[in-house]
Design a protein around this ligand. Structure first.
Ligand code: 5GP
Length: 182
């Protein structure tokens, strides 16, 4: 059977990656990996669906057991992609989409150079700053940290194979499905 394609969707925090993934899940094209994280579940997030929620020591054991395809520290928590389900899905001929931050994306490129690296960028820096500033109940310090991180993450765009601009969710989705099927 033809092997599936691995697509890595990355981009600065606040750009709208998770909205794209929510919509893509309705299309039933991609296999989505469930990451492990040490952060607390948000209201409505189900363990094993949104993430596998684990303790820092469980996460460390998973690192030591080489359980992860990639993992990274982000905004005070750890996030990682379990390796085996991704490899199994690709072998089964399924296209896999990983929605991860930049540091993890770099690791995937290293270990699986055939991965298609896609960077999602905001229509403008102003728009990204507005999204980060308006989101949730973050403290001013946390908003400042998130803004600084997002600016640094934007500088990584040139490392990616494709850059998509998040003007409209349906356009981005169409582009991702086209990249997978091209
Ligand atoms: P959130 O806490 O808002 O769900 O996610 C924060 C960031 O972590 C997002 O940029 C998301 O793409 C990223 N992320 C989610 N899962 C993983 C993962 O398994 N590995 C890496 N490196 N980043 C992840």
């Amino acid at each position: 059977m033809k092997r599936g394609k691995l697509i890595v969707l990355s981009g600065p925090g606040g750009v709208g990656k998770s909205t794209i993934v929510q919509e893509l899940k309705k299309r039933d094209h991609f296999y989505f990996s469930v990451s492990a994280t040490t952060r607390e579940p948000r209201p409505g997030e189900v363990d094993g669906e949104a993430y596998h929620f684990v303790t820092p020591s469980q996460f460390q054991r998973m690192i030591d057991a080489r359980h992860f395809l990639e993992w990274a520290d982000f905004a005070g928590a750890r996030y990682g992609t379990p390796r085996q389900p991704v490899l199994d899905a690709l072998t089964d001929g399924k296209d896999v989409l990983l929605e991860i931050e930049i540091e993890g994306a770099r690791q995937v490129k290293q270990s699986m150079p055939e991965a298609m690296m896609v960077f999602l960028q905001p229509p403008s820096m102003t728009e990204l700053e507005q999204r980060i500033t308006n989101r949730g109940t973050d403290t001013p310090e946390r908003i400042a940290a998130r803004l600084a991180l997002a600016r640094a993450e934007m500088a990584a765009a040139g490392e990616f194979d494709h850059i998509l601009t998040n003007h409209r969710v349906d356009e981005v989705i169409q582009s991702l499905v086209s990249l997978a099927t091209s």
